[in-house]
Design a protein. Structure first.
Length: 388
């Protein structure tokens, strides 16, 4: 189905479920992070792009205060009163869309006074692959409610609303990157975001013109940022910043690393070194893209993976294998993307070698006895929008 067909289908399904036409259909994409991992909550730099996998939300306001959500990815229909929606009574997939309503309430919207809404969601963003299926849901609902409730929030504010929903309603202590990419993405471009000032710039990627494709290798190792490793890494970063007497690791440069080594344990130091060098790699990538184009960024992607594997320790054997095999099959650079502990790797690959990369990685997974990966290409795409 084309994207237009999916949008139309979402409207048809809405009408079948709720017995009236939707007010409109809004959509928002998943994202790939090109580089800048675990830097967002350290007030650093990130360079994600929106992808051609999206979530569509058909939304219609109601005359009462109820909010009902349904989706193609769950049999569950969830209904709440807007006036009482909150982190304590939300769980499962509906915490993403309904968490947005709650988070808008936290940003000054009087939920008891608003008309309720029905929403039906469909998505082509794979869940658990590290491509931010959650930010795609949040972006589509945030844009729909902003428009139908006539709130007039700008997109950076809607990104913060999405992050609040994710942090409090879903319970994952994540940063601002995913929602920013989903809401601010632009075709053929990446979003260069300073997570301290929240200022962003659009940076041309030019992959297709340079004969390159982005291959996604979904390892099928599922991860959750609501539990375990993600929060532990965040805590290490905070401990490192405290040991250095700075507000966040954004205030630490590569030249400060020798001193850092003296004032913290080795593990915390390696966590800090990843974040500090990763910030530098984001800046180097932006510079290389602007001055020389995407053929010049391969080595920086490789170095990012090594840093995540050895210093930040968020890779898994499947991601490491995917990266090594993709490079040997001719990718010019490869790294795991997203929060880690599973999910996907990306390989920047000459278009004529995509099949080779796919075959070689698949074979290596089979030989290693790993679950077969899902391998596909994505293109940098536009962010959230109203479809009709
Ligand atoms: C997840 C989080 C982001 C970011 C990345 C790691 O995707 O949602 O906020 O921290 O991990 O870069």
């Amino acid at each position: 189905m084309t994207h237009d067909d999916i949008a139309t289908q979402a409207a048809t399904d809405f009408e079948a479920q709720f017995g009236r036409p939707a007010d409109g259909v809004w959509s928002s994409p998943g994202r790939v992070n090109l580089i800048g991992e675990h830097t967002d909550y350290n007030e650093g730099f990130v360079l994600p792009f929106a992808i051609d996998r999206r979530t569509w939300a058909a939304v219609g306001l109601r005359d009462d205060n109820a909010a009902r959500v349904t989706s193609t990815f769950s049999d569950e229909e969830v209904e709440v009163e807007l006036s009482s929606v909150g982190p304590d009574n939300l769980d499962g997939w509906s915490a993403y869309p309904l968490g947005i309503a709650w988070a808008l309430g936290q940003n000054g919207v009087d939920l008891a006074e608003q008309r309720g809404f029905d929403a039906h969601l469909d998505s082509t963003v794979p869940v658990g692959a590290g491509l931010s299926s959650s930010a795609a849901i949040e972006g589509a609902i945030a844009l729909a409610l902003d428009e139908r409730w006539q709130l007039g929030f700008d997109r950076p504010t809607l990104a913060r609303v999405g992050q609040l929903a994710e942090n409090e309603a879903v319970g994952a202590p994540t940063g601002i990157m995913d929602q920013s990419a989903s809401l601010l993405g632009r075709r053929d471009s990446a979003v260069f975001l300073d997570c301290r000032s929240l200022r962003s710039e659009i940076v041309d990627l030019g992959f297709a013109d340079a004969g390159l494709a982005i291959v996604i290798i979904d390892t099928k190792v599922s991860h959750s940022h609501a539990t375990g490793g993600y929060a532990a890494r965040r805590a290490s970063c905070e401990a490192g910043a405290a040991a250095l007497g700075v507000e966040s690791l954004r205030d630490v440069g590569v030249a400060d690393l020798d001193r850092a080594r003296e004032v913290m344990d080795d593990e915390t130091f390696r966590r800090v070194r990843h974040v500090v060098t990763e910030n530098a790699r984001v800046l180097a990538t932006v510079r290389a893209l602007r001055e020389s184009g995407p053929l010049a960024i391969g080595e920086i992607l490789d170095a990012s993976h090594v840093s995540m594997r050895d210093d930040f320790e968020i890779s898994v054997p499947q991601l490491d294998l995917a990266v090594v095999e993709a490079r040997e099959a001719g990718a010019i650079g490869a790294r795991m993307t997203g929060g880690g502990f599973g999910g996907a790797a990306i390989a920047l690959t000459p278009i004529e070698l995509v099949d080779e990369v796919t075959a070689r990685v698949s074979d290596a997974f089979e030989r290693a006895g790993f679950t077969a990966p899902e391998i596909f290409t994505v293109t940098p795409s536009d962010g959230a929008k109203r479809e009709f």
